[in-house]
Write a protein that binds this ligand. Sequence first.
Ligand SMILES: C[S@@+](CC[C@H](N)C(=O)[O-])C[C@H]1O[C@@H](n2cnc3c(N)ncnc32)[C@H](O)[C@@H]1O
Length: 284
Amino acid sequence: MTEYNQHFEKALDFINIYQELIDCHLVDFITEGLWDKCLPEKLRSELENIDMSGDIWEENNTDSELSNFIQLTKSLSLESCPAVICVDDLPKLLPQFSTERMIENKFVYPKFELMNTKKSHEIEVLGKVIAEIALSTRSLVIDAGAGKAYLSTYLSEHFNIPVLAIDSSQVCHKGAINRQEKIQKRKRTLTKIIIYHNVIKIVIFLLIPPAYVLQEIYQNHIHFESRLRLFQMLRIYMSSVVEAAIMLDRIIFLQNDIKCSKVAVIRLFDPTLSPRCYGIIATK
Ligand SMILES: C[S@@+](CC[C@H](N)C(=O)[O-])C[C@H]1O[C@@H](n2cnc3c(N)ncnc32)[C@H](O)[C@@H]1O
């Protein structure tokens, strides 16, 4: 547990230094002068004079502001937290999660209608983990914050697991109930979407100035481009520290206030498909 606490404290200290970089919105980059406003002076002046011919994001041991920033964000992300486990480590945490997988060889053909690649990847991976636990403990699954119940439907349809899906949103609730009907009506819906997109295109066409005016505006601001890229890269590196702080805050709460006997952060998804790839697993 101290590992989590130490990592959390260090992440918070780092976040405090870069608070403005985290809180800002990229669309304000030019109008609000975010380059000057959000970057610490030393890092900013180093980046203003940096040689962009090589890969400046490659890890190296130079004692530069950027190199220190990259190293710190990596060391404070969940990737570097020794307490993070992967799916294969689950049997150590949950004795009932047997090494003899109950569903591993079972042919599972997920019905991934109306789901994008990210969502279907998440449902497939998380669904199998939950199905293993539920089947081996003969448990009912409560899907709290089920949204449109993609996960609940998957567990129920493919593994015959009883699921109670709860969501506070009326829209999601209705969406979940109507989903099967929607799949049937898919063809008709697609036709409607095409018409809708065409109408939107006409509206956009009427509102946006002609191409040559846009081109002129673009040319007048093109010198911002390299700084904007650098700025966005810094934010991407920073986001892994923010993610670590959010997850660790929850873990520490579960451990201290809810008194869970076992709590861990688990890496579930392929980060190239689902960047927020971590989950929390806790047992009472
Ligand atoms: C990010 S969505 C996740 C949906 C779903 N679990 C999925 O992965 O597709 C979070 C859902 O949690 C629901 N939610 C948030 N707070 C809730 C609460 N206190 N009680 C029940 N549902 C809640 C929201 O309405 C939303 O549908």
